[in-house]
Design a protein around this ligand. Structure first.
Ligand code: SME
Length: 163
């Protein structure tokens, strides 16, 4: 018999092969990061079930500044090393957080968020942005989601311009 978590995981299955192709199409059509990130935020928000926020923060000096996103209004500036986003930037590593309330320094833009994944976007070896995705469901993001989204973040690194 399946428990509720198993059932949800099945319902959350995303075809990341198709999604990656769609992302590449958007970025290929218009590589300027603002346009590409705007459509890719909309795509991810629509295609991944049970999200409450999907979007980007852009590196500007020692801060991240809010970029294109879907969801509720969010904090505009995040210092390096602060919150999940600033930590992903500082450590240059994906942060997959099953319970944001247990993450020291988590920045709660939307009180509905319970889990989060943040992926660095690099150009010439430097982090230029982060992709931030939030869910009201605890432990929403699986290792499979991480792999699929990491491939998307890597594709953006190659395709997007104008940071
Ligand atoms: N929770 C993030 C802040 C950004 S919002 O989730 C959109 C963090 O802790 O960095």
């Amino acid at each position: 018999m399946q428990d509720e978590k198993t059932v949800n995981r099945e319902a959350w299955k995303v075809n990341y092969v198709t999604l990656l192709e769609e992302v590449k199409d958007f970025a290929g059509e218009e590589p300027w990061y603002v346009a590409a990130f705007a459509n890719i935020s909309a795509l991810l928000y629509e295609e991944l079930p049970d999200l409450n926020w999907a979007g980007f923060y852009i590196v500007r000096g020692e801060e991240l500044i809010l970029g294109p996103f879907q969801g509720k209004t969010a904090c505009i500036r995040i210092a390096k090393g602060k919150g999940v986003c600033g930590t992903a930037w500082e450590q240059e590593r994906i942060q997959r957080v099953p319970d944001v309330h247990l993450f020291p320094g988590h920045i709660a833009c939307d009180s509905a968020s319970n889990s989060e994944i943040v992926l660095p976007v690099r150009q010439d070896g430097q982090v230029v942005a982060v992709l931030d995705i939030d869910s009201p469901v605890f432990d929403r993001f699986s290792a499979e989601d991480e792999r699929g989204l990491a491939a998307i973040a890597d594709a953006l690194s190659d395709l997007c311009t104008g940071f």
